[in-house]
Design a protein around this ligand. Sequence first.
Ligand code: FES
Length: 137
Amino acid sequence: MTRHVIAPVDELPPGTRKFLDIDGRPIAIFNIKGEFFGLLNRCPHQGAALCEGPLIGLAQSSNPGEIEYTKLGEIIRCPWHGWEFDIRTGQSYCDPKRFRARAYPVNVEPGSAVVKGPYVAETIAVSVESDYVVVDL
Ligand code: FES
């Protein structure tokens, strides 16, 4: 696995997503309520840019007439045919046994852990202070 530094945490506030191409793979990184998740930006159904779809919640029903809406902002709906996937796991809610979006682990690490250093420019010391979003592929 290779570690890829995506961005400073400040550049990806909750509710946002960032699209990248990492080693030829289209990836999207999501900040869901302060937690970071990565998904391959390719729908396992017919290959749409899955991560460009809307973020929605999950409607579930245990009894007729009772609908519970959970996981608000944690489900992505494919823009082509509307299949829905859990951003945390890649699980499909249309056909969970056959289809799963490829999910990638994403971590937040301090700058001191992702930058080799310390760097020194002539007599000026350089330090890294903010945290960074890092994905392992
Ligand atoms: S390509 Fe995504 S649901 Fe069909």
